[in-house]
Design a binder for this molecule. Sequence first.
Ligand SMILES: Cc1cc2nc3c(=O)[nH]c(=O)nc-3n(C[C@H](O)[C@H](O)[C@H](O)COP(=O)(O)O)c2cc1C
Length: 186
Amino acid sequence: MKIAVVYHSGYGHTAEQAKAVVKGIQAIAGAEPVLISTNDIDKHWQDLEQSAAIIFGAPTYMGSVSAEFKKFMDASSKIWGEQKWANKLAAGFTNSASQSGDKLNTLVTLAIFAAQHSMLWIGLGLMPGNNNSKGSVEDLNRLGCFLGAMAQSNADQGPEHGPTKSDLKTAEHLGKRVAEFAKKLA
Ligand SMILES: Cc1cc2nc3c(=O)[nH]c(=O)nc-3n(C[C@H](O)[C@H](O)[C@H](O)COP(=O)(O)O)c2cc1C
């Protein structure tokens, strides 16, 4: 059961988040993650067609998906015309420098993209963390999103410093959750 993770990362931070999603997929027996950078997308259209689920990931640039990721979205329009991804599972993740950084708009963009392909969107499935007096930045879903996995990476540091551990664990949770649902449906 293939599960594809399609992502773009200009500077390596979102790539770390994508790897964490893959780790979560690997936790489910029988799930085979396929990690695809949008830079290599032309070699992987068939992998996407063969996947039970596609998890989309983009950094938030200027309040939305990066232009490179949008290029991938637009390139999928022929597949959209034939509705070849209909009824596959979908989910999304994004990473940006600010705690908010308007990341939600990126996830909304990914969810609408999935809906246009008639895919079935899987949310994060975690209660918000770090939102009460006992909470901390170590909590899963510390950025408090339901639609997908959010992560934050400092703008002045490389991918070896961020996203934070809790954000990577949150991404891992998303990968595991999608793989579990794909297995149930298979
Ligand atoms: C063109 C550009 C636009 C950006 N816009 C935002 C933004 O809207 N909100 C934000 O919080 N960070 C923004 N950032 C910061 C990136 O989201 C952040 O550096 C992120 O970690 C980059 O991920 P990447 O290394 O996978 O490319 C922007 C960065 C770039 C290069």
